[in-house]
Ligand binder design. Structure first.
Ligand SMILES: *Cc1c(COP(=O)(O)O)cnc(C)c1O
Length: 393
């Protein structure tokens, strides 16, 4: 069984490129070139140089002593929160901006929900000197004012999506419309391991630096490259894909994917895609998708904007179907409690998305000698208002 993408762009039953004919040339150009470009030594050199000196990699693999004592197991945190801009998303946008330049694109578009991917995209566009247009739902623009200001300050144009629920899904539709209208000069930077092939694979490869580092870092401290478990929260699946990547075909490394249960998996206010989803097509890929009986996409809900997505990347749908990864759903309340706990046990305020991954220790028990690596996908600065409102700080 392979957990990587096959030649046709599928992970088992999931993936592919279900796109309007008008987009075919863009996606095909990327498909034909992405592996070739990524293998060029110039590209690798520039990518690695920027990851080191601009993003701040390698990020530490930190042994969380007090957290480990509390749960009686060995917990390591892979500190993506220390990346420039505060989360793992920059690993992907750095890779994609270099890809866009190699493909001679001069104009970058992106979609964003909470604004984290928008900020990461605006950042690399400033770095590369390319025009940047970020589509964002009108409602999200109101909710995420600081990130909107950041994008503008970085020189990006933020265009409101005014249709539908005026959130992420609608912003994505606008971005796709833009791409159809500008097929020659524009590259669309997708922010997670979602979208038509080759995006999920390309994003996973750019994020795979996370597990590449984990291997040698763990070898240094534990004398072995493989942990017993890797835990990551899953929105679209990019931080999880990066944390799992070099371990996917090592069955002794158990993978845990944590989804947002919102107010409870079966309350109708949730984003637990794998449990609630059925096979469907969203944003150009066949995957598990929350939908009504007649196939209309259901509005997801989570307290964390980054996990509030009705689908999941095709790699993760496959990991779920094959049971290669164990999927756990965590509620808003459990995540918020875990976020506060990490802050007070380790002095690290995590993003609310990341706090979901930290919440599994209440229910799931590990052995004292188990080595558990958690993808600490982002820092909590952006979520301070959410924490303030929730805990009445
Ligand atoms: C966006 C985001 C996520 C969710 O996205 P994935 O593609 O599933 O990784 C998780 N954590 C943080 C900090 C984020 O910003």
């Amino acid at each position: 069984m392979s957990y990587h993408v096959n030649e046709k762009g599928y992970y088992g039953n999931f993936g592919g490129a279900f796109i309007p004919e008008m987009l075919y040339p863009n996606v095909e150009e990327l498909r034909q070139n992405y592996l070739k470009v990524m293998a060029e030594s110039d590209f690798k050199k520039e990518f690695n140089h920027l990851l080191k000196d601009y993003v701040g990699r390698p990020t530490p693999l930190y042994f969380a002593k007090r957290l480990s004592e509390k749960y009686n197991t060995k917990i390591y945190l892979k500190r993506e929160d220390l990346c420039h801009t505060g989360a793992h998303k920059i690993n992907n946008t750095i890779g994609q901006i270099l890809m866009a330049k190699r493909l001679k694109k001069t104009r970058i578009i992106a979609e964003t929900g909470a604004g984290q991917h928008g900020v990461a995209t605006a950042t690399v566009c400033a770095l590369a000197g390319l025009e940047c247009i970020v589509y964002m739902g009108e409602i999200d623009i109101e909710r995420q004012a600081p990130n909107v200001a950041r994008m503008k300050m970085l020189g990006a144009e933020v265009r409101p999506a005014l249709s539908g629920s005026r959130t992420l899904k609608d912003a994505t539709n606008e971005a796709i419309r833009d791409w159809i209208n500008n097929p020659v000069d524009t590259h669309y930077i997708i922010g997670s391991a979602v979208g038509p092939h080759p995006y999920p694979d390309m994003v996973a490869r750019f994020q795979s630096v996370v597990s590449e580092e984990t291997k040698w870092q763990l070898k240094e401290v534990e004398g072995r490259e493989n942990p017993d478990y890797i835990v990551a929260c899953v929105g679209g699946g990019s931080n999880a894909a990066g944390a799992y990547y070099h371990y996917l075909n090592d069955p002794d490394v158990k993978l845990i994917a944590v989804e947002a249960a919102g107010k409870g998996v079966h309350t109708g206010e949730s984003a637990a895609t794998s449990v609630l989803g059925k096979q469907g097509i969203i944003h150009g890929s066949k995957t598990l998708l929350m939908q009504t009986n007649d196939g209309q996409i259901t509005e997801p809900y989570s307290i964390s904007a980054g996990l509030d997505y009705p689908g999941v990347g095709p790699m993760h749908a496959h990991l779920y179907e094959t049971k290669r990864a164990e999927f756990i759903a965590v509620t808003d309340d459990e995540a918020m409690t875990a976020g506060l706990e990490l802050s007070q046990l380790e002095g690290i305020i995590p993003a609310v998305e990341t706090a979901h991954a930290l919440a599994i220790f209440e229910d799931k028990k590990f052995k004292p000698e188990d080595v558990v690596v958690i993808s600490l996908s982002g820092r909590g600065d952006k979520d301070l208002n959410t924490y303030i409102d929730y805990f009445k700080l």
